[in-house]
Ligand binder design. Structure first.
Ligand SMILES: [Zn+2]
Length: 451
């Protein structure tokens, strides 16, 4: 043969191509063209079908891929994307998390965690106690969420808050310090006053609840966890670390129509600090003295939870050698030195401030003694009983105080992380170090008729 020939198939059917290296011989060319008309064999038909089937399968695959890609692109359009690294500060990062992602959803939690990791660039102090900004944020977002309805004493929101704190205490391995596990129930009564207002009074016993009309009964609970001391000499002594978890509930709306008084700073911030101190100290070496963690109810109604605790203490008051309350640490106070600084009420009254200062803990005297904060928080009833008791705070007299706008987005988490770090170290020093004492004349005189 003077030529070669190949057969191929295409959409239009059988086709032959002749390669004629010696095309001079035209009769052979003719013969090849004649060849085109021959019938395909069964084998050829089968192979033809198989090739078509393969092509159809490939076509189906391509179509499926296109459909999937279109669906993915569409979903990406509906599902907003978020990159923590696109933001300059923690606040900006948190503020820009897509609002479509619900509280507690995987997307929101993931984004929040990413923000915390990238933007909580606090200093070396942070590493001393191991406190983590994301833990603060998580707990505060629960306590200050709208679903807790402002944590008004006696409401479902307050009960949810108490359960949340109790669960944390249990998780940290604290011993229950209440009368029902971690809860210490507090009986109160609502006394109607003119103008639709009401005041609240503490009852002396639970059975007294039965003596008043049902609609005036109020029952709530302190949450108490105990970390037992380890020193044979000192474990009989206790330090109380406290914050109030109640707030004002749902009330008169502000200009924006918001009626939920979230109390993110007052005092979800302090409550979170108490929880974080419990977490940190329960995971480190056991403290020398026993520590009582008290999340108190009904502070806003007249420190009723604290008063009940003092009548029913978990550790006898004679053995309670110091008390630290934590109030409103969510925003920096420029008078105290700004970010990362907190002040101690009644600093000059006892050696507590000196003890902390000597340990290098960045806590300063109350810059506004004229406000008399020393007597305005949960430390006061303890102090009147003679126990060196102070409040740690960085309240800067902000205008959101006791308004619906005391919200989590106003919390400065970098500042708060540093203050909680200082508080953790402060409680460690109080539990292990010298016992705080009143300076001469420092102990307050109890106003007559009140504790
Ligand atoms: Zn408060």
């Amino acid at each position: 043969m003077l030529y070669t020939m190949t057969r191929t198939r295409c959409h239009s059917g059988p086709r032959a191509e002749a390669h004629l290296p010696f095309a001079r011989d035209s009769s052979h060319t003719l013969m090849v063209l004649t060849d085109l008309g021959t019938e395909p064999s069964v084998g050829e038909l089968w192979s033809d079908m198989m090739k078509r089937a393969t092509k159809l399968t490939l076509l189906a695959l391509v179509l499926t891929t296109v459909i999937i890609l279109v669906a993915l692109v569409k979903e990406a359009g509906e599902n907003p994307t978020f990159r923590a690294s696109d933001h300059d500060s923690l606040e900006e990062c948190l503020r820009n998390i897509p609002t479509e992602w619900l509280d507690g959803s995987i997307e929101r939690t993931g984004a929040e965690t990413a923000c915390m990791h990238l933007h909580s660039g606090s200093g070396a102090a942070l590493q001393r106690s191991g406190v983590r900004t994301e833990d603060l944020y998580h707990s505060l977002s629960v306590l200050a969420s709208d679903s807790l309805e402002g944590r008004m004493t006696g409401t479902r929101g307050a009960a949810k808050a108490a359960a949340f704190i109790a669960r944390a205490f249990e998780e940290y391995g604290l011993e229950p310090g209440g009368d029902d596990g971690f809860l210490q129930s507090v009986p109160m009564a609502r006394v109607p006053m003119a103008g639709g207002r009401a005041r609240y009074v503490l009852l002396q016993t639970h059975s007294a609840l039965d003596t008043i009309p049902e609609e005036r009964r109020v029952l709530d609970a302190n949450v108490i966890g105990v970390l037992p001391g380890s020193d044979p000499e000192l474990r009989g002594e206790a330090i109380v670390v406290a914050a109030h978890f109640d707030h004002l509930g749902v009330g008169r709306p502000d200009e924006s129509g918001d009626s939920i008084y979230n109390g993110a700073d007052d005092d979800a911030s302090g409550t979170v600090a108490v929880m974080e101190i419990a977490r940190a100290l329960s995971s480190g070496p056991a403290p020398a003295r026993t520590i009582v963690f008290l999340a108190a109810t009904a502070e806003e109604l007249g420190m009723l939870g604290t008063r009940w605790y003092l009548d029913h203490p978990t550790v006898p008051l004679e053995s309670t050698v110091g008390m630290l309350a934590i109030e409103m640490i969510g925003r920096p106070d420029s008078l105290a030195g700004g970010r990362g600084r907190a002040w101690l009420t009644g600093y000059e009254r006892s050696t507590m401030g000196d003890i902390l200062e000597e340990s290098g803990i960045p806590i300063v005297p109350d810059p506004r003694p004229e406000q008399n904060f020393f007597l305005r928080s949960d430390n006061a009833p303890f102090a009147f009983l003679g126990i060196p008791a102070h409040t740690l705070s960085s309240y800067n007299l902000h205008e959101d105080y006791h308004r619906p706008s005391d919200e989590i987005d106003k919390i400065d988490f970098e500042h708060m992380t540093e203050v909680v770090d200082a508080a953790i170290r402060a409680v460690r020093v109080l539990a292990d170090g010298p016992r705080p004492e009143w300076h001469p004349g420092g102990k307050p005189e109890r106003p007559t008729g009140r504790r």
